[in-house]
Design a protein around this ligand. Structure first.
Ligand code: F6R
Length: 605
């Protein structure tokens, strides 16, 4: 959600912090601020608004070679200059930026106020700066002060702390909210996301929960909350700064939609075996015997990741004939799930840092569950916590709404389903059919992208509807859910998805000329049933946009996409709906890459 960036080295910190914050803006963005240390005092600027507003508020002479910056997505206290981070202690010696939520903030605040501390803001985060400020006077060591302060803190945090008395040193800590260190040439960085560091270094170290680090220009050391030193090996991120550019597109979202022929090809690369018609998924860390031993697959993820999991469950049931289902990780983690030894759990996350999904993985692991991760961000928390998995290799997804990670996840599930199927009863002929189908996907996605102008027209036509219904049957239902999700989150047009089969059990009452329906109608064994549903909608004067493999007179408008194997068609059917949502949002002049109230990576509960 919120973004953190920190720098210590020989250069002026402010421009580096502002650049890093710009890269993080997609994570959270109702206010921003930074603090640098100069001549044993702190200089701070905080504004409600965008990073550009902060940059405008930072004077040219804002000198200091170490500092911390933050973009905020308000949780405790409204977006305002004073609630923006960094927060200072009352002596103005310590500055803290914080991601996460301090659960015992009220209690700590009352205690500190009782001791005479005056708070400036309404945030939970300020208790950290005030606590550390008190401790640093007792210990005269920033590291010791942070360690002691955090002992009394309950909640989640990623923090970066500076001390006016120690210009060359920053302390960072992680508990449930990511912190990554970036290793430069005689300079060090820290951030909540590699995106903020990538222009300066690709050598990174991820902190684990409960871990802290002191960073200085000439290096870092890491330790646990009980002050035991830890040894960390840096690794090289395979994304570079170019991946974070908009590539000349008006929006990141359109860039990421357009990248899909390539991103899908990357997810597939080196993973299809034409000899045995199987998938090579070395990262699963399971031999054939173990792979055969599972009797059930349970998939968890949040939002679009969950919908891609529904697509995955369908693929696994069809190709591997193993009962499979998907559930929102945010629900799963709270219902004390029964964890069975013969169930394979699969956690999905683009960012690899979604708190609800991470917490669900941790609950599963605690109960002895075998958990795989389907993750885009290499080295992220979920990738590290799982027993094995599949990396998407889709490159960084910057726009808040997920597109290329969604399709790559569905492709990863097709590979997993093929893998599970071929150690069971999926025939070589069917294995071959799926392998060939997978190979056709990138070219077919290219074909779908050529329909953009037509889809743009349709999006304009339907964008001013007060709401839209999305319907699909079985394989088409996750497509409908994801289509509705994309439309609502970026265009703010109300959109509901239903299984087409459920319409007459309730939602048909909503159908009218004012509520158009997007119907997902693949050429599969359910085609006739779907066409009957279109007739029912038509009879209630509902307007219909059909997305499928043919045109139909039952629909007002049709988008026809290339046909693949029935099991893989849902992946392709998703793409016109991404373009539809994008162009509807543009037509309505929405902030496409940064939809209101949303943030890219939800690292709080
Ligand atoms: C929708 C969207 C969100 C994410 C969800 C999970 O377009 O982006 O619904 O899919 O917050 O995020 P990850 O995949 O990072 O765990």
């Amino acid at each position: 959600m919120c973004g953190i960036v920190a720098y210590v080295g020989p250069k002026d910190a402010a421009p580096i912090l502002l650049e890093g914050l710009q890269r993080l803006e997609y994570r959270g963005y109702d206010s921003a601020g930074l603090a640098v240390v100069n001549a044993k005092s702190l200089k701070t600027r905080k504004v409600k608004g965008r990073v550009a507003d902060l940059a405008a508020a930072v004077p040219a002479k804002f000198k200091g070679t170490s500092g911390i910056g933050h973009t905020r997505w308000a949780t405790h206290g409204a977006p305002s200059d004073v609630n923006a981070h960094p927060h200072l202690d009352q002596e103005q010696r310590i500055a803290v930026v914080h991601n996460g939520i301090i659960e015992n903030a009220d209690e700590l605040r009352r205690r500190l106020e009782g001791e005479g501390v005056k708070f400036e803001s309404e945030t939970d985060s300020e208790v950290l700066s005030q606590l550390i400020g008190r401790m640093v006077k007792e210990t005269d060591s920033l590291r010791e002060a942070v360690l002691r302060a955090l002992k009394g803190v309950v909640g989640t945090y990623g923090i970066a702390v500076i001390d006016a008395q120690r210009p060359g040193e920053i302390v960072v800590a992680r508990n449930g909210s990511p912190i990554v260190l970036g290793l430069g040439e005689k300079e060090m960085f820290a951030a909540s996301d590699v995106a903020a560091l990538i222009r300066y270094t690709r050598q990174v170290v991820h902190l684990e929960d409960g871990e802290l680090a002191v960073i200085k220009a000439d290096g870092f050391n890491t330790f646990t909350s009980d002050a035991r030193e830890t040894a960390k090996e840096p690794f090289t991120v395979d994304w570079d700064a170019g991946h974070y550019d908009n590539g000349g597109y008006e929006h990141y979202l359109l860039k990421e939609i357009s990248e899909q022929p390539d991103t899908v090809a990357r997810t597939l690369r080196g993973r299809i075996d034409d000899r045995f018609h199987i998938a090579h998924l070395g990262g699963l860390n399971m031999d054939a015997r173990e792979t055969r031993s599972f009797r059930r697959v349970k998939i968890i993820g949040c939002g679009s990741a969950y919908y891609s999991g529904q697509m995955g469950a369908q693929l696994i049931e069809e190709l591997a004939r193993i009962p499979a289902d998907a559930e929102p990780a945010s629900e799963f983690r709270y219902r004390s799930p029964v964890v069975e030894p013969d169930t394979l759990y699969v956690a999905i996350s683009q960012s690899g840092e979604t708190y609800d999904t991470l917490a669900a993985v941790q609950e599963l692991k605690r109960k002895g569950g075998r958990v795989l991760g389907i993750v885009n961000t290499v080295g992220s928390a979920i990738a590290r916590e799982t027993d094995g998995g599949i990396y998407l290799h889709a490159g960084p997804e910057v726009s808040v709404a997920s597109t290329k990670a969604f399709t790559s996840t569905a492709v990863a599930f097709a590979l997993l389903a093929l893998h599970l199927g071929r150690v069971r009863d999926l025939s070589p002929a069917d294995g071959r059919r799926i392998c060939e189908g997978l190979r056709r996907l990138p070219e077919q996605i290219k074909e779908i992208l050529t329909l953009e102008d037509r889809i743009k027209e349709l999006a304009k036509k339907y964008a001013d509807s007060p709401g839209m219904m999305f319907v699909g049957r079985v394989r088409g239902y996750p497509v409908a859910r994801e289509g509705a999700q994309k439309l609502k989150e970026i265009s703010y047009v109300h959109a509901e998805a239903y299984p087409a089969s459920e319409l007459k059990h309730g939602p048909l009452a909503l159908i009218s000329p004012e509520l158009p329906t997007v119907a997902i109608v693949p050429d599969d064994e359910l085609l006739d049933k779907n066409l009957t549903t279109l007739g029912e909608i038509r009879a209630r004067h509902g307007r219909i946009l059909m997305v499928g493999h043919r045109t139909s007179e039952a629909a007002d408008d049709c988008i026809v996409v290339p046909k693949n194997e029935v099991e893989l068609d849902p992946i392709l059917l998703t793409i016109p709906l991404q373009l539809f949502a994008y162009h509807a949002a543009v037509a309505l002049e929405r902030d496409v890459d940064r939809p209101r109230n949303l943030a890219k990576s939800v690292t709080v509960e």
